[in-house]
Design a protein around this ligand. Structure first.
Ligand SMILES: NC(=O)C1=CN([C@@H]2O[C@H](COP(=O)(O)OP(=O)(O)OC[C@H]3O[C@@H](n4cnc5c(N)ncnc54)[C@H](O)[C@@H]3O)[C@@H](O)[C@H]2O)C=CC1
Ligand SMILES: O=C(O)C(=O)COP(=O)(O)O
Length: 632
């Protein structure tokens, strides 16, 4: 058996799960749990799923992961519209900027759509508490205040375009709100606009047009520069950057690019060399910006970097205004370092009317039109509508920007384990006695798979959900699991144990241990002092297979009574009779023991929650040492 320690999570402080116990410590007091986590935030990667709409099995598998409330996704739209109860359960989707009709139609087929295009920040905050989803473009600032005002109702923000710098992602994550974007449909439009600005700037098209319209004929004034043979530096070699590069090659330009994260072979495939930042900006005749606005790229084109550029360089920006220090650009234009600039985007949009940059005679401007073609807007609208509807249905979106990437094939494979993970978390935390300070939780995945071939982020998130939700008012989902755990002081460490079995199953079993706590059910505590339970998926159904050192075998469904008793005949009958007389239906029963005729554990699944008197009677059976009722 080989073990590999992996990573971890965060920290929790909570109240009590509902549980009864005959011999629990501090039974009358709510347990105050103190959990502490190391920091392992979910990485904020974009999902790139090959089959974003791959159907209901995947949807249902991860329903619990993102959904905090049920929507009747199984009812057809027709049924829903004609039934007042179902209709009222339709999600409300607020569209705050102009969106293509095809996207609006798609949204209408699923929810109540409100298009309110001129909301002030205050109006948006006033409205958002009634909305399950919000769809924006670049003009709406989705700030922390918006998430606060949503009071937990907002489940998804859809950005109908690429750049998500107008959405406070940290706040979205903290509030468990998924953010999705539409990253592909406007790529060509933005690239074409970049090329349009490049050519228009080089040939003074806008200036000459304005001059002629004012009655002049200035052929000598507007002599331009040629593109062929010139060097273009593409800064940010992503989707738009690479399409700009491809087109510029077609114009006979020599194209180089800088992108710290782009694979060199992708650049080489279209005849582009990836070079360092300084090399790119110091050798280029034209510099075209295509990187996102992030803390790293904010004002990256500043006095220092303009000074490194070739005198007479020309700059095109269809990315984000904020990547340029606009005052520095004005200085570089005035000093002649930058001969011309063509800008589609600005730090403040719209810029002030007297902006020196906009008014500069060597600057060509457009009002953020990069994505504004009919084709791109229809495409973006459909792309974002599909993503938002998918997210509201509980599917993990293919274009989530604040949730981990879990490919669809991994998702469908992990589906039953996701349920198992949440149930184990719920069960483990209910075994902790009131007043215990939970320091840490250790999760061990027993698997025949190579440790590198097992993505446990989803499982960890669900164990976290299972632990936190019964004992706090937090809604935990895949987006915010690590954040909430950390916030609550819950420390979760993960370990993978390679076991000798079929690697067909991603996980053979999952063990959850809560360290150094008192338990309501002493038999759940191993000698090392950890509350320990273990579960596995059998025939697609989550099962509990171990409590402390006792083996059991019960499906994790409904409610569970765990009893530890003297291993002697008649025990099942006695407890069964008490439950039967009180009309509590037993769904399954399993007995596990360590040594014959000493101690045994009885796990009894019940459909109904027994009342206090019934539980008391079970506790009074003389051979029963301890018992606990658990709500799964
Ligand atoms: N003007 C407009 O209407 C439009 C503007 N955009 C802007 O263009 C940007 C790029 O869009 P896409 O190509 O679709 O995004 P993308 O994510 O495909 O590409 C961005 C590239 O920038 C790179 N990058 C990140 N940090 C960098 C750095 N410090 N230096 C150099 N490269 C860096 C990334 O590795 C990535 O390859 C968007 O973030 C958006 O802000 C996009 C569409 C329309
Ligand atoms: O997609 C982007 O990043 C854009 O900048 C396009 O913005 P817009 O949707 O036209 O406001």
């Amino acid at each position: 058996m080989a073990t590999t320690s992996v990573s971890t999570a965060s920290n929790l402080h909570t109240q009590t799960p509902q549980a009864f116990s005959s011999h629990s410590q501090n039974n009358s007091n709510p347990p105050s749990l103190h959990l502490s986590f190391s920091n392992s935030p979910i990485s904020l990667q974009k999902l790139r799923l090959s089959a974003p709409n791959s159907g209901n099995s995947r949807a249902s598998a991860i329903l619990n992961v993102l959904k905090t409330e049920q929507h009747s996704e199984s009812a057809s739209d027709v049924q829903r519209d004609s039934d007042p109860v179902l209709k009222s359960s339709k999600p409300t989707i607020l569209v705050s900027e102009k969106l293509g009709e095809a996207g609006i139609d798609l949204l209408r087929s699923f929810g109540n759509v409100e298009c309110l295009y001129s909301l002030s920040p205050e109006d948006l905050c006033a409205k958002i508490g009634e909305c399950d989803a919000l769809i924006v473009r670049s003009g709406t600032k989705v700030t922390r205040q918006v998430f606060e005002a949503a009071k937990g109702r907002l489940k998804v923000v859809g950005r109908a375009g690429v750049g998500i710098d107008n959405v406070d992602l940290q706040a979205a994550t903290e509030f468990g709100c998924l953010v999705v974007n539409a990253p592909t449909a406007n790529t060509i439009a933005a690239a074409e606009h970049g090329i349009a600005l490049l050519a228009a700037m080089a040939r003074n098209v806008a200036q000459a047009d304005a001059s002629m319209k004012s009655g002049k004929w200035q052929r000598n004034k507007y002599v331009g520069v040629s593109l062929v043979g010139k060097t273009l530096a593409v800064m940010g070699f992503g989707k738009v950057g690479s399409e700009v590069a491809r087109r510029a090659k077609g114009l006979g330009m020599n194209v180089i690019a800088h992108d710290p994260y782009a694979p060199a072979d992708r650049a080489r495939a279209i005849g582009v060399d990836l070079v360092s930042f300084d090399q790119a900006i110091s050798t280029a005749d034209f510099v075209s910006l295509h990187m996102p606005l992030t803390p790293t790229t904010n004002k990256i084109f500043n006095d220092t970097n303009f000074a490194k550029m070739k005198k007479g360089v020309r700059v095109i920006n269809v990315a984000r205004g904020g990547v340029i220090d606009e005052d520095a650009l004005v200085r570089a234009l005035d000093s002649g370092i930058v001969a011309q600039a063509a800008l589609d985007v600005f730090t403040e949009e719209p810029p002030s009317k007297d902006s020196k940059l906009v008014q500069h005679e060597n600057v060509t401007v457009t009002p953020h039109l990069g994505a504004s073609t009919k084709e791109a807007q229809e495409g973006v609208a459909v792309e974002i509508a599909e993503a938002v509807v998918g997210a509201l249905r509980g599917e993990l979106s293919a274009t989530a920007v604040n949730a981990p990437m879990v490919p669809p094939e991994v998702l469908s494979e992990l589906a039953p384990y996701v349920t198992l993970a949440e149930k184990l978390g719920r069960l483990a935390v209910q075994l902790v006695a009131g007043g215990s300070g939970i320091q840490s939780v250790k999760v061990t995945y027993n698997s025949a798979r190579d440790p590198d071939n097992l993505d446990t982020r989803l499982l960890r998130a669900m164990i976290t959900k299972g632990i936190i939700e019964p004992i706090s008012d937090a809604h935990v989902n895949l987006v915010n699991a690590d954040f909430i755990a950390k916030q609550k002081g819950l420390r979760i460490s993960e370990e993978r144990t390679v076991v000798n079995s079929s690697s067909e199953n991603p996980v053979e079993s999952i063990q959850v241990q809560i360290s150094n706590v008192n338990s309501k059910f002493a038999s759940a505590v191993l000698e090392d002092g950890h509350v320990t339970i273990e579960g596995k998926v059998k025939y697609g159904i989550p099962h509990l297979i171990r409590v402390g050192s006792f083996s059991v075998d019960v499906s994790l469904d409904g409610n569970l009574i765990l009893c530890r008793q003297v291993d002697q005949p008649g025990m099942i009958g006695q407890v069964g009779q008490i439950l039967g007389e009180r009309n509590v239906n037993v769904s399954f029963m399993s007995v596990g023991r360590t040594v014959k005729r000493t101690k045994a554990i009885m796990a009894i699944g019940v459909d109904e929650e027994p009342d206090k008197d019934t539980l008391k009677m079970i506790g009074e059976v003389s051979a029963i040492d301890e018992f606990v009722f658990l709500d799964l």
